[in-house]
Design a protein around this ligand. Structure first.
Ligand SMILES: *Cc1c(COP(=O)(O)O)cnc(C)c1O
Length: 364
């Protein structure tokens, strides 16, 4: 079989060992003779596996013990609602930074439950940079950020601080969790859909500091209550066990290659190579402000004077096994998502394709 490199933004590339182990577990979990899909989530092997996944998360990210680790459903999108529903007392305010389509969706959901102060926005610049001057309100309960903007390819390199001394940061880390070391100071809640960097769709990881849950003047359905999920250890209802298992395998793989600190170095190397090719190649450019460029999602477009059909370059890449490079419709051009599991070889193959394509296009 020809080697395929999948540059999809999500669901995204997983290491082949993760896919193999998950397939084996679907067939026969831990030599039990049963598929993991047909096993009770209350059975010891499954409970042990979920607990081990939590332990691996704690170990790899150095999660402080004040934080609970939850595996929920509904994707990052449900967190857009659960966060304000659980944390934003009626008439209270939260600060939101508007740095991309996902943050915009998050802040619009928060408006259903309380007041939202848009502390900064790059919406009118098609989100091509991250504004770092924030207009926070002193009474805000929390400050929400999207650590990595998957669609636009920007990433917070240094996290802002909440203005309110009893406030905390809430971050959507769907597309860069476990890609770099994290300092948990100031954070109250971190969430991520698994299907970008750590697994398949179906599970959402939530890291939540218990003390941010205050009594709130609102009835919260059990299924949407962090308190209930914490009390029940992510087993209030049937959890997405297969998906959690794939996360488990993915974290074991990450540990085997040296953990978050070491993968961060790889991620830096891969991104640096690709950005320098985009910069060098006469066909391409980056639409993103230099200091905010993401290590995970790298959009690039043709230079203005290049009047080539984008689809022809996409087909050229596709024939070489370089898949899913089409840019998001709101940016156009191309986007290479080079998450943890994208090997350096994949990035090199893309760079070769860009160089070969440049030779094919007549001089301009
Ligand atoms: C993909 C993505 C989402 C949406 O995730 P779902 O799991 O589909 O709800 C939210 N935020 C960011 C940053 C994303 O990349």
């Amino acid at each position: 079989m020809k080697t395929i490199y999948n540059f999809s933004a999500g669901p995204a590339v997983l290491h082949h060992s993760v896919i193999r182990s998950t397939a084996n577990a679907a067939n026969n979990f831990n030599n039990s003779g049963m598929s993991l899909m047909e096993m009770s989530h209350r059975s010891k092997p499954v409970v042990d596996m979920v607990n081990e996944t939590e332990e691996l998360s704690r170990e790899l990210l150095h999660i402080p013990k004040e934080f609970e680790v939850l595996f929920l459903q509904g994707g990052a999108s449900l967190q857009f609602s659960m966060i304000p529903m659980n944390l934003l007392i009626k008439d209270a305010v939260a600060d939101y930074t508007d740095t991309g389509s996902w943050s915009y969706k998050a802040l619009n959901q928060a408006k259903l439950f309380g007041k939202v102060n848009i502390a900064s926005s790059s919406r009118t610049s098609n989100y091509s940079f991250i504004p770092k001057e924030l207009n926070q309100l002193s009474e805000s309960i929390y400050l929400h950020i999207t650590s990595n903007n998957t669609i636009y390819g920007t990433q917070w390199k240094e996290f802002p601080k909440p203005l309110n001394s009893s406030g905390f940061l809430v971050a959507d880390m769907s597309s860069d969790i476990f890609s770099r070391p994290l300092n948990f100071d100031n954070f109250g809640l971190i969430y991520a859909g698994a299907q970008k960097n750590i697994g398949p769709a179906g599970a959402t990881i939530v890291l939540i500091r218990k003390d941010i849950l205050k009594d709130i003047d609102r009835k919260i359905p059990d299924m949407l209550s962090y308190r209930i999920h914490i009390e029940k250890n992510s087993m209030f209802n049937t959890p997405p066990v297969m998906s959690i298992y794939a996360i488990n395998c993915s974290l074991k793989w990450l540990k085997s290659v040296g953990g978050v600190e070491s993968i961060n170095k790889n991620n830096l190397t891969k991104a640096k190579l690709l950005y320098s090719e985009i910069n060098r190649n006469s066909l391409f450019q980056s639409p993103i402000a230099k200091e905010d460029r993401s290590l995970m999602n790298i959009p690039f477009i043709f230079n203005e004077e290049i009047k080539e059909d984008e689809n022809i370059f996409l087909e050229f890449c596709d024939k070489r096994g370089l898949k899913t490079l089409k840019g998001h419709r709101s940016v156009g051009g191309f986007r290479a998502s080079i998450y943890n599991a994208m090997p350096l070889r994949g990035v090199e193959a893309l760079i070769n394709a860009m160089q070969d394509y440049e030779k094919l296009i007549p001089r301009h």
